[in-house]
Every structure is written in structure tokens, then in C-alpha cells.
Design a protein around this ligand. Structure first.
Ligand code: FAD
Length: 303
């Protein structure tokens, strides 16, 4: 019930507008978001870099409603890519199709993603949003992948269709970030039980690692789950893949000792840093994933 309440809060416009104005609410987010500005995110990326951990940054905000806003997001990321090059760090960017103008059609978002890919030699990651955007997101990704090459795509293990989507993408030798999935999806299209999602995650992991063994592409496993991380390491080892052949990705502030341990033991670790003023829906989704974090939030507020 708590999870559903948090997911409901994540889509409530009134709460989204009012709650972030309170100082105590802002204070409670610091553990998972270094700040609202790009400089805050890049300073955090630099600090991670010094500890042997790579970063990815993402400007929060989705479903943008005007072309001016879309232009602003594209400019923001272009400046971010230039800042990243100046700082000499390996940070990548991760973008949402609805931030790139998907509202105005696949062609618009495709062109914007192409502009970002052209502005960097590094991978530009495409986040996966709610299920109604999956077809368009795949189309945009495939098109820019064929033109530019340096794009990666997030796929969600909770969606029943993902196995087929992945099979169709593999001939492109894609960089794929596998996650469990963060949105509220109906049982008709998504596995609901954690055990089912985990099982699918493990099967997709196997497909990705086997593809890595024989082809190009880069598998990235975006999870904090110790069991999933254990399965990734075990399967990679059994296939004879080195630790440099895949990445483990986690969110900023979550399981920090584990991030450090993985990096120390020779794994490629990447941390996704989210920032920006539009953090409320994203933050509610994070709490919904792990309501135990509400205790942490309460402590921050009281403290
Ligand atoms: C790098 C990255 C990128 C992502 N991109 C997307 C995306 O584009 N689209 C999308 O839909 N989703 C995305 N997600 C979110 C993802 O879909 C999951 O919702 C999220 O990662 C939680 O699932 P999990 O695999 O970590 O484990 P869960 O199944 O939520 O939890 C399993 C176990 O992991 C550990 N754990 C999980 N969360 C925490 C925590 N907060 N603190 C401590 N331990 C924890 C606990 O031991 C827990 O029992 C991304 C996640 C990451 C890490």
C-alpha cells in the first residue's frame, strides 16, 4: 500500500508543485541527489572519478510540454558535454525521449538525440520511460545507433516484451543497460511478482553476456540487488568474460560501500547522478522502490 501511495504521489501535480518548496523536503533529498545544478552533478562525478568510479548524469524532468523547453534541454546537455570534456572525466549523459520532444513525434526526438550523439565521442544513453513510449524509444534508438553508433539503450526486465525486443536489437551490437523497471505497469504487459522480474532479469543477463562473448556491444547492469550482481559476476566468470567486458551501474547515494567494493575489486562501476529542479516524481519513485528509505528521509528531516 505504501508503494502505491508513493507511486500515486509521484504523479500528483499539486504535491509536485508544493512539497519541493519546503526546506526540510529539500534537505531530505541530499543523500540521493548532490544538488539541483549541473555543476553540483559534475562535482559529484569528479569526486567519484577520483575513487575509480565512472558517472552518468541525467537532468530530471519528463513529458516536456513546449518546444522551447525541449530546446533548453538539448542546449543544457550540449553544455554539459562540453563541461565534461573540459574536466577530463569519463562521465556520460542519460536522456529521456520525452525530454527530447517525443511529444512532437519520433522524428523530432530522433533528430535531437542525433545532435547530442554528434556532440560527444562517448555513449549517450537513452532512458526507458513508461510502456506507452517503448515502441517510439526503440525506433529512435535504432535509427541513431545506425547513423552515429555512440548511443546506448535502457531495457526493463519487468516488461514481458523485453526478451523479444532484446533479441531484435542484438544484431546491432548495442550498448544495453538492463534494469528491472521503475514505472507502475499493468499485469497484462509486466511481471508483477519480484521473483518473476528477477528471473527475467537473470535470463536477459545471460543473453547479454553471451552476446558480449561473441560480438561487440556493452552490457550494463543497472541494479542494487546483491543477488542480481552475484548472478552477473558468476555468469560472466563462467563464460570467461573479464570484468572489463561489462559494467555495473547504481544510483547516486545508494549502496555506496558496495559501489566502492566493486570498484576496488576490479569491476567497472558507473553511478547515475540525477539532478535538476524537477526532482519530485523521480524521488517518489525511488522511495516507492524501497519504502525502508522513508526512515532515512525521516532522520534527515528531524536531523
Ligand atoms: C543506473 C540505473 C539506471 C536506471 N535507469 C532506469 C530507466 O531508464 N528506466 C527505468 O524504468 N528504471 C531505471 N532504473 C531503475 C530500476 O528500474 C529499478 O527501479 C531500481 O534500480 C531498483 O531495482 P533494483 O534492481 O536496484 O532492486 P530491487 O528489486 O528494487 O531491490 C532488490 C534488492 O536490492 C537492494 N536495494 C535496492 N534498492 C536499494 C536501496 N535504495 N538501498 C539499499 N539497497 C537497495 C536491496 O537489497 C533489495 O532487497 C535505473 C536504475 C539504475 C541503477
Amino acid at each position: 500500500m505504501l508503494r502505491n501511495t508513493l507511486l500515486w504521489a509521484s504523479t500528483n501535480p499539486l504535491l509536485s508543485e508544493k512539497l519541493p518548496r519546503y526546506r526540510f523536503v529539500q534537505r531530505a533529498t541530499r543523500r540521493f541527489m548532490p544538488g539541483e545544478d549541473r555543476d553540483d552533478a559534475l562535482a559529484a562525478a569528479e569526486a567519484l572519478d577520483q575513487r575509480g568510479i565512472d558517472a552518468m548524469i541525467t537532468l530530471l524532468g519528463e513529458d516536456l510540454s513546449s518546444r522551447d523547453e525541449v530546446d533548453g534541454v538539448v542546449r543544457h546537455y550540449q553544455e554539459a558535454l562540453s563541461d565534461i570534456a573540459d574536466r577530463g572525466i569519463t562521465t556520460e549523459i542519460s536522456v529521456k525521449p520525452t525530454q527530447l520532444g517525443l511529444e512532437y513525434g519520433v522524428e523530432e526526438a530522433r533528430a535531437r538525440l542525433g545532435e547530442l550523439a554528434a556532440a560527444t565521442p562517448s555513449l549517450v544513453w537513452v532512458d526507458m520511460e513508461g510502456s506507452k513510449h517503448v515502441d517510439a524509444t526503440l525506433e529512435i534508438f535504432k535509427s541513431v545507433k545506425e547513423d552515429a553508433g555512440n548511443v546506448g539503450l535502457c531495457l526493463q526486465a519487468y516488461l514481458r516484451r523485453t526478451k523479444d525486443d532484446l533479441d531484435a536489437l542484438l544484431p546491432l551490437d548495442p550498448a544495453i543497460r538492463l534494469v528491472k523497471g521503475a514505472y507502475d505497469e499493468p499485469a497484462s504487459i509486466a511481471f508483477e511478482k519480484k521473483g518473476e522480474v528477477d528471473r527475467n532479469f537473470v535470463e536477459l543477463t545471460q543473453t547479454l553476456l553471451r552476446a558480449r562473448e561473441t560480438g561487440g556491444g556493452l552490457p550494463v547492469f543497472g541494479t542494487h540487488d546483491p543477488r542480481m550482481i552475484g548472478e552477473v559476476s558468476r555468469m560472466a566468470y563462467e563464460l570467461g568474460l573479464g570484468k572489463d567486458q561489462y559494467e555495473i551501474a547504481m544510483l547516486f547515494g545508494i549502496r555506496r560501500p558496495e559501489q566502492a567494493r566493486l570498484a576496488r575489486t576490479g569491476n567497472r562501476v558507473r553511478v547515475l547522478i540525477s539532478y535538476g529542479p524537477a526532482w519530485f516524481p523521480w524521488y517518489m519513485r525511488r522511495l516507492a522502490e524501497r519504502p525502508a528509505n522513508l526512515w532515512f528521509v525521516a532522520k534527515q528531516i528531524i536531523g
